[in-house]
Design a protein around this ligand. Structure first.
Ligand SMILES: [Fe+2]
Ligand SMILES: [Fe+2]
Length: 154
């Protein structure tokens, strides 16, 4: 199975985001190694839980950064995060049916998604922030999103 490794080409230049992406790739690799090595179901379950929790935290971090800088495509980006979490949760609900195969499906699916999403989605807000177009603390946008229920972290 191809390894899901973080590569320097995924670097956004935003340190907290790069650290979180590295951590997600590490967890994906750990899930795959745990299944391949025949680790206990508890160990695999713990890794899958950590993957979901850290993914949620990463998305919250990104969404807060994008909102703070007034990134115009924030809602579309949030929607992509939501769709990924829906897919992961769907697979996770089926986890008890066959833990090994669900753990592999979750890590394989998320690994492919993450590589694509960093290149197509995360680079776009990172570029926006680094380009100097960002409007620091765009409160009108934040309040509008808050009213729509799109963000919950004000
Ligand atoms: Fe990301
Ligand atoms: Fe993202």
């Amino acid at each position: 199975m191809a390894k899901l490794l973080w590569k320097s080409q995924y670097e956004t230049g935003i340190p907290i985001i790069d650290e979180q992406h590295k951590r997600l790739f590490e967890l994906l690799e750990q899930v795959q190694d745990a299944v391949a090595s025949g680790n206990t179901q508890e160990e695999i379950r713990d890794l899958v839980q950590a993957l979901m929790a850290d993914t949620r935290e990463h998305f919250r971090t990104e969404e807060a950064i994008m909102a703070h800088h007034g990134f115009p495509d924030l809602l579309a980006h949030i929607r992509e995060h939501e769709l990924l979490m829906e897919k992961l949760e769907d697979l996770h609900h089926r986890f008890e049916e066959n833990q090994d195969s669900m753990a592999l499906m979750m890590s394989t699916f998320m690994g492919g998604w993450l590589r694509h999403h960093i290149n197509e989605g995360d680079f776009s807000y990172a570029q926006f922030i680094k380009s100097g177009q960002a409007t620091s603390g765009s409160s009108d946008l934040l309040l509008a999103l808050w009213d729509q229920g799109a963000i919950t972290f004000l």
